[in-house]
Design a protein around this ligand. Structure first.
Ligand code: SAH
Length: 382
């Protein structure tokens, strides 16, 4: 696996300043003789103004801009392709500095605009039903690569909609990349940065137990656990991580977490036809979650040609939901969005055969490169 750490510097040895958290940015400014008291200005230039280069940072004098530009660089994701679904969902393919690609999904829903972000290239968790798992883990994303997905989408939306929510439900297992995740979250939540409340950020995990406990200590954002089965034996069949951390161990860890007041842990439960969608499963699920401030989010399985797994019909989904609700467990069903462009849960990482959204692609490139938006010449990723 290529190390993400190698990528912190460019060929000239300059540091990727967007991968530095607040404290490290302060140290960096101090080391340049600029002083850590300018940290807010730098955070604001990078994560609010969206400066493309140090030269653009009007909050600093030309001399200080030159000093910073000699020691650091401002990283951007290259938008390679944008697909638009009939339901308004957009999927963006980003090219990283090493040529690898990741995806983000923008989901408008009334007043809300949710961005689904990736945390790794590929994923090591190998859940049998998930297409991202087929890639294996290629590498962790840098903090800048995690946070730039949100910054660049916020810039694209500016003047039209506001980015209101971020969910870590794209490619990768976020808690497998814990430190980079936490650094990126600093920028998401910073008043001078993207300024998103912890109430509007959700980290979804297979449940790496030690990392989960540590993360809950470090961060107040919402937690979602992908449970997907109502027993240890069933979960073992589809989520290999269960061998390492059993269901009881995972749920005991959830019980031990001191949640911020009013918060509950969301348990994602993908419904597979004939596998985990029976009333007995609902009963077992209720038992499992006893004693946890929990809510359940049912995700009817998104089918794809590579798997002989099916989505239960709507009545069955509704019956499962009603069963939980009648027993006092809060339960929602996730609406499927972006299915026609393979942007729905578990469908990221697929081939790119669909129509492109030229307007957004051009705007996304203009935001990175500064040229006027030209909607005539999209290119395919190579
Ligand atoms: N690794 C993290 C986040 C990525 S997956 C995690 O596992 O939570 C986000 C959600 O999509 C998970 O709950 C996962 O179980 C679900 N998912 C994966 N493939 C799916 C598919 N084909 N249909 C529906 N949901 C799927």
């Amino acid at each position: 696996m290529a190390s993400a750490r190698d990528m912190l510097h460019d060929e000239q040895g300059r540091v990727d300043v967007k991968s530095l958290g607040r404290a490290a940015l302060g140290d960096w400014l101090e080391s340049l003789g600029i002083g850590r008291h300018r940290t807010n200005d730098l955070v604001q230039s990078l994560w609010h103004d969206g400066a493309r280069t140090f030269e653009e940072m009007r909050r600093f004098t030309p001399e200080l801009r030159r000093k910073m530009a000699a020691a650091g660089f401002v990283s951007w994701l290259e938008p390679a392709l944008v697909l638009q679904s009939q339901d308004g969902t957009r999927k963006i393919l980003w090219k990283l500095r090493d040529g690898r690609t990741i995806e983000s999904v923008v989901i408008p829903d009334g007043e809300r605009t949710t961005l689904c972000v990736s945390s790794q290239v590929g994923c090591a968790m190998a859940c049998t039903f998930c297409l991202t798992g087929d890639l294996g883990l290629v590498r962790h994303l840098l903090p800048s690569e995690i946070a730039n997905q949100a910054l660049q989408v916020a810039l694209l939306l500016r003047g039209d909609r506001r980015l209101t929510n971020v969910v870590f439900m794209g490619m990768g297992e976020p808690l497998h990349n814990l430190d980079h995740l936490c650094t990126a979250l600093e920028h998401y939540q910073d008043d001078f940065g993207l300024n998103l409340s912890h109430r509007r950020i959700t980290v979804s995990t297979v449940g790496l137990v030690p990392q989960l406990v540590e993360f809950a200590r470090r961060s107040p954002v919402n937690l979602a656990i992908s449970l997907n089965a109502s027993s240890e034996a069933e979960r073992l069949k589809i989520m290999p991580i269960t061998k390492k951390y059993g269901v009881d161990q995972l749920l005991d860890a959830c019980r031990s977490i001191a949640l911020p007041s009013g918060k509950r842990i969301a348990f994602e439960y993908v419904l597979f036809e004939g596998d985990n969608d029976a009333p007995e499963d609902a009963e077992r699920l209720i038992e499992l979650l006893r004693g946890i401030p929990a809510k359940v989010n049912l995700i009817p399985y998104n089918e794809n040609p590579d798997r002989d797994i099916h989505r239960p019909d709507q009545d069955r989904v509704k019956a499962f939901q009603n069963h939980l609700i009648q027993r006092g467990l809060a339960c929602t069903v996730r609406t499927t969005r972006g299915r026609d462009i393979s942007a729905a849960c578990g469908q990221l990482g697929k081939a790119w055969e669909q129509a492109q959204d030229r307007g957004w692609l051009a705007a996304a490139r203009a935001a990175v490169h500064g040229e006027a938006a030209d909607t005539t010449g999209p290119t395919e990723p190579s």
